[in-house]
Design a protein around this ligand. Structure first.
Ligand SMILES: *Cc1c(COP(=O)(O)O)cnc(C)c1O
Length: 398
């Protein structure tokens, strides 16, 4: 979709433009990525494992995308493994690394309390399999302290997993320092960089990352495709067994169009990143200033500086996030209360409560995540609409 172009929605005779502010949940596949993908459905359809011409064409496309992904994260192409998305990459990073570590006598994992459910649920599974897991606390801004990481390391610690950027509140973790501490102790370091890749500079060597997860649909690529970076020399077990694809570590015929689309989207995201990050930071500041002027009692969740350019998470007293979401949707604005995964239920965000928010404060929180197609006009419109909706809901409550 071209920037600024939106789907008009007819409602009561008015043409209502949708404003999408939920880019942390997913992004639209950008036109260039879609166009790059199209030939790989029906024209170039070979199985990348076949040795005939059709297969070799598919193989070349997969390897080109592997290079595009590797270049974006400072890796070598052979260290990039394609998966079916961020959740699979997170599951595989932990489970795949854990088995060889277990054989070396390791029994302990370290992670944080604000990780994505794909990571947290996997760690809970590891506990059932006999591992001990330390869930590190975070400060009021959602940050893990590197000193706490250092103190949690034991002789039998095998792996540390701390996300690069939080999907709910946008806080960036000190992954560079955490990676250095891990390596000083000979412990593997994984980072879920699904929100970071394409938004902030990511370099597996600067971060001392041994394993890094990313996902296509968070940077304007297609859904259902992702990658796991595995540093050369790190021993991994497969998560998906079967054929010899991905050097025998991830079975299954490659998602050719998806992989091509993800590679194209990431190359473009990297090229545009410095300018786009500055633009999104400007829009986010405009939005925060506008809403803070209308609501002196609204507060920002997450770190004021160490945060993703496009993420704004706010809390409004005496408001139910879910009701706010529904009212905003009717007014043409798509946002999120906490994480997308929990917004179908009434569960409060584990991230916000880990940051010390009360259940009520967590319930009154709203995530507005900006992206490529958002404009200053969108921000102005949200600043105009949102305060009236919040006031109305506050009056209903009080
Ligand atoms: C979206 C997201 C995931 C899951 O990625 P999928 O591709 O949707 O499975 C994992 N971690 C973080 C931080 C995310 O934002």
């Amino acid at each position: 979709m071209a920037r600024g172009k939106r789907v008009p929605l007819r409602q009561k005779g008015l043409i209502l433009m949708r404003i999408y502010l939920d880019h942390a949940a997913t992004t639209p596949t950008r036109r260039e990525a879609l166009e790059a993908m199209l030939p790989y459905f029906a024209e170039v359809y070979g199985n990348a494992s076949s040795i005939h011409t059709e297969g070799r064409k598919a193989r070349r496309a997969v390897e080109k995308a592997r290079q595009q992904v590797a270049a974006a994260i400072g890796a070598e192409a052979r260290e990039v493994y394609f998966t079916a998305g961020g959740s699979e990459s997170d599951n595989w990073a932990i489970r795949g690394a854990a088995q060889p570590l277990w054989e070396q006598g390791k029994r302990h994992l370290i992670t944080s309390r604000v990780e994505h459910p794909a990571l947290l649920r996997t760690c809970e599974k590891m506990e059932k399999l006999g591992w001990q897991v330390t869930y590190l606390p975070v400060d009021a801004f959602g940050r893990v302290s590197p000193e706490n990481v250092r103190q949690a390391i034991r002789p039998d610690t095998g792996l540390i997993s701390v996300m690069a950027a939080n999907n709910e509140v946008g806080t960036l973790q000190p992954v560079g320092e955490i990676g250095r501490i891990a390596h000083e102790s000979g412990v593997l370091f994984h980072t879920d960089a699904v929100q970071a890749v394409g938004s902030i500079p990511v370099d597996v060597n600067d971060w001392n990352a041994d394993l890094l997860s990313l996902s296509g649909h968070k940077f304007y690529g297609p859904k259902g495709v992702g990658a796991l970076y595995v540093r050369r020399g790190v021993r991994m077990d497969p998560l998906i067994f079967g054929g010899e694809q991905e050097k025998g570590l991830r079975a299954g015929t490659e998602n050719l169009p998806g992989i091509v689309g993800m590679g194209a989207a990431l190359e473009l995201a990297e090229k545009e990143r410095p300018e786009e990050a500055a633009r999104l930071t400007r829009l986010r500041t405009m939005l925060l200033d506008g809403l803070a002027a209308a609501f002196p009692d609204c507060q920002m969740n997450g770190h004021p500086e160490h945060r993703l350019p496009g993420n704004l998470n706010l809390r409004f007293p005496l408001v139910e996030g879910e009701s706010l979401l529904m009212r905003l949707d009717l007014a043409g604005i798509a946002a999120s209360a906490g994480s997308a995964c929990s917004s179908g239920s009434m569960e409060v965000s584990h991230v916000l409560t880990a940051m010390g928010l009360s259940e009520d404060e967590a319930r009154g929180s709203l995530r507005l995540s900006l992206g490529r197609e958002n404009t200053e006009e969108d921000i102005a419109r949200v600043v105009e609409i949102l305060p009236a909706i919040v006031r109305e809901l506050q009056e209903l409550r009080s």
